[in-house]
Design a protein around this ligand. Structure first.
Ligand code: ADP
Ligand code: GLC
Length: 497
């Protein structure tokens, strides 16, 4: 395949700007595409909370962009640097509201205005720097206006051959907002506010930015085949089933990969002793170091981990239940979680106090990349009881580190975890425990089966770890799949072209 030029537009790219799996996705796919010979650039907002230590050669570019902004324009500075070998551009609008100086990536009340400004900056950047990428790969609602602006404005300004691939990472966030955001960037609200275009399916007074991305893109993907089915055919589509269904011919579910340069226990510099399938016993050292660090008893007990954003999506009550259940059954539990919602933060701080006296439990409330690596290396089990899960990376990372996942059968979790007892697959492919109903009983049953094997049948449990470690969740295959999609939409007369 001829090398392609792809520009990623995303609110996140790990490690410089990561709030969750979206950041991992962009870093992992971009790096793998570069490895496969393509030219990839990432455009990000210049948040004040960028992790600057992961940026090489950050410098301001002597070019001032002017972004459309209602009846006037906003000046915007431009920076460039490299993140993990990926060329990245950072846009810094000089807005009176200081859009990207909030100490956070997203979660602000004016997120729609912030990311509308960003979407306009992506196009203005391409236009002003004379770039004509084959494909802009956009992600989530933050970038929904990128393909809209491309079609409505920038194709006529010279970007006529650029196509858009749009990836849905989470339908729960759609960017439903008043039509002011369209006027903000000079788009014609009357023309765009129709049921076929950007009008929200549930409330005709609102723009739906995610829908705009779906309607205007040449290809739409989501992050697992399971989630693709769920959002087209069930209430999980959250009002967008028909919009997606009408584009089934250009919609695909592609399972995410994980970046083995970041997540590999044989080479991970953040764990005390490397280990792999041939040296699994060395995993014990990480368990010992983690216990020491967190003040947990060094007893022969199974260690359950939770590493998660603490949000309703993740099944917060079930997470609490899993921790208490494992403690009651003679295991240990460690949680590393960050809650944006103060109510959920309180919920877990109460649990933290309730379990504070236990030598078998530690709850770390916050975001800590280094600790996450150590916990994956140390744990025996990881629980992911999500109410819905588009893909989920933690179960794949866990398996790489010889951790056996206990998950709910939804979305990408169902595509990656196969039950030790009930999966209709050969034993060599079974790698975890799966439950269906989002209830404490169903979860407890799966946990009991896992703990039973850990205590009574260690050889069997060890084989499950090895099965999980053997699975290939690298980005190599998914990246080839994405490249094939880029190629298909780029080709004149190709899909959606
Ligand atoms: P989501 O994107 O919905 O949060 P994923 O499973 O796709 O879920 O990705 C989560 C990513 O964020 C993983 O890399 C996980 O290790 C990381 N992560 C989640 N919570 C924390 C935390 N509190 N500290 C460090 N890393 C975290
Ligand atoms: C979203 C989803 C998660 C997915 C990630 C990367 O954050 O919640 O399931 O793994 O995006 O695609």
């Amino acid at each position: 395949m001829e090398p392609l030029h792809i520009v990623f537009a995303s609110a996140e790219c790990a490690p410089v700007a990561k709030a969750g799996g979206l950041g991992d996705f962009v870093q992992g796919l971009a790096r793998e595409l570069i490895r496969q010979g393509h030219r990839v650039e990432v455009v990000l907002p210049r948040y004040d909370c960028l992790r600057l230590e992961s940026l090489v050669g950050l410098e301001q570019v002597p070019l001032e962009l002017r972004l459309p902004y209602f009846a006037t324009t906003l000046p915007c500075d431009l920076y460039q640097g490299r993140v993990d070998g990926i060329p990245c551009w950072f846009i810094d609008p000089r807005s009176p509201q200081d859009f990207f100086r909030r100490g956070v990536i997203h979660g602000e009340p004016d997120d729609p205005e912030r990311f509308t400004c960003y979407a306009a900056a992506v196009l203005e950047f391409l236009h002003r720097t004379g770039r004509h990428p084959d494909v802009i790969h956009c992600h989530d609602w933050h970038t929904g206006l990128v393909p809209v602006l491309l079609n409505e404005v920038y194709q006529a300004l010279g970007l006529g051959r650029t196509r858009v691939c749009y990836t849905l990472h989470n339908l729960c966030y759609q960017g439903r907002v008043g039509e002011g955001v369209l006027r903000q960037v000079g788009l014609d609200a009357r023309r765009l506010m129709t049921p076929e275009r950007l009008e929200d399916p549930a409330d005709p007074r609102l723009v739906n930015l995610l829908k705009g991305g779906i309607v205007y893109s040449n290809s739409i993907t989501t992050v697992s085949p399971g989630y693709a089915r769920e959002i087209m055919a069930t209430a999980q589509g959250l009002g967008l089933q028909a919009t997606l269904g009408a584009r089934a011919d250009r919609f695909a579910g592609i399972l995410n990969g994980i970046d083995y340069a970041v997540w590999d226990p044989l080479t991970d510099p953040r764990i005390p002793q490397p280990f792999g399938r041939e040296s699994l016993a060395a995993k014990a050292r990480s368990k010992q170091v983690l216990r020491q660090r967190l003040g947990l008893a060094q007893d022969p007990k199974p260690l359950l981990a939770v590493i998660s954003r603490l949000e309703a999506q993740k099944g917060v009550e079930l997470i609490r239940h899993a921790i208490l259940h494992v403690l009651a059954r003679g295991g240990q539990a460690v949680l590393l979680g960050s809650a944006q919602d103060p109510r959920l933060d309180r919920y877990f701080r109460i649990l933290q106090r309730e379990t504070a006296a236990s030598p078998d439990c530690h709850l770390e409330l916050g975001y800590d990349e280094d600790l996450a690596h150590l916990i994956y290396a140390a744990a025996d089990l990881l629980v992911v009881p999500s109410l819905y899960e588009p893909c989920g990376l933690t179960q794949m990372i866990a398996m790489r580190y010889g951790v056996v996942p206990v998950v709910r059968r939804v979305g990408g979790l169902a595509d990656t975890v196969f039950d030790a007892h009930h999966a209709d697959r050969p034993f060599a492919e079974r790698n975890g425990f799966v439950f269906d109903e989002p209830t404490p009983e169903a979860l407890a049953d799966a946990l009991d089966r896992a703990l039973g094997l850990w205590f009574e049948h260690p050889a069997y449990f060890r084989q499950l770890r090895l099965n999980g470690m053997a699975a290939d969740h690298s980005w190599a295959g998914p990246a080839r799949h994405y490249a094939a999609i880029y190629e298909a939409i780029r080709h004149p007369g190709g899909e959606g072209g």
